[in-house]
Design a protein around this ligand. Structure first.
Ligand SMILES: Nc1ncnc2c1ncn2[C@@H]1O[C@H](COP(=O)(O)OP(=O)(O)OP(=O)(O)O)[C@@H](O)[C@H]1O
Length: 239
């Protein structure tokens, strides 16, 4: 569903900030992508989404090579970036309709899903207001609602919990699980290890640009007596 094969990235043609990463996220799976600051998570996600080109390696999204078939690949996923950058002067509802147009979402499905997500996130009443009147968290919830609107095959999120209140974070966790239960795939980065431990089928840990493990939480922890946080700190500590 989402395949990375020997993917590397260097910004300066000298040092790789992502080095030879290979991983596969299966259909219906929710995978957490964790690592210390500067480990290479956003760089990897930007390569998956086609914002950055890898220096080497292959990335396939829903079977389409993001470099060779970018339109087909991009039609298979939606993406929530790590900062809610959004056209500020338009109304929330116009933003969602724009996404609906881009992904050919039918009028009925659009109405039903816009209502569902924006009511759950409690931004429904603000949809007629311009986005520049939204708080950071409201913008984030608008972007998440837009990203879920077309029922993407793959839902990719970069640190989506940042700026969300606990209620909204819980809604997002439930929506990510629901998306997978309906056959979708989720790949997201986070510093919230408890969230990752609770909802992910598998977890990929990146450290200094290298993938150090990609496995179930149970296998990574090896024992019930520990937490993902403890194991993560041990695995990524600098000697
Ligand atoms: N545009 C850029 N030009 C040069 N170096 C960059 C650029 N963007 C990121 N880097 C470097 O690449 C490395 C990986 O950064 P990246 O943003 O991918 O890390 P991250 O794991 O997402 O970190 P964080 O958890 O802090 O968001 C860092 O050393 C960073 O300084």
């Amino acid at each position: 569903m989402l395949v990375l094969k020997d993917v590397s990235k260097s910004y300066d043609k000298q040092k790789n900030v992502v080095e030879n990463i290979s991983l596969e996220v299966k259909k219906g799976e929710i995978m957490g992508f964790i690592g210390p600051n500067g480990a290479g998570k956003t760089t990897t996600i930007k390569m998956i989404t086609g914002i950055l080109s890898p220096s080497s390696g292959i990335i396939k999204v829903n079977g389409f090579d993001i470099s060779k078939s970018p339109v087909e690949a991009k039609g298979s996923f939606t993406y929530v970036p790590d900062y809610p950058a959004i056209f500020d002067s338009i109304k929330g509802i116009d933003y969602l309709n724009f996404i609906g147009d881009m992904y050919d979402v039918s009028v009925e499905m659009r109405k039903e899903r816009i209502e569902k997500f924006t009511k759950e996130f409690q931004i429904y009443d603000a949809l007629t207001q311009p986005v520049n009147s939204y708080s950071h968290g409201m913008k984030q919830k608008l972007i998440i609602s837009g990203a879920l609107l077309p029922k993407p095959e793959i839902f990719i999120l970069d640190e989506p919990m940042v700026g969300l209140d606990p209620y909204s974070a819980k809604i997002l966790k439930d929506l990510m699980k629901e998306h997978c239960d309906n056959g979708g795939t989720v790949f997201f980065s986070s510093h919230g290890l408890e969230v990752v431990e609770n909802i992910c089928d598998r977890v990929a840990i990146i450290h200094k640009g290298k993938l150090i493990v990609c496995d179930t939480v149970e296998n990574i922890k090896k024992s019930d007596d520990t937490t993902l946080e403890k194991v993560f700190l041990e695995m990524t500590k600098d000697e």
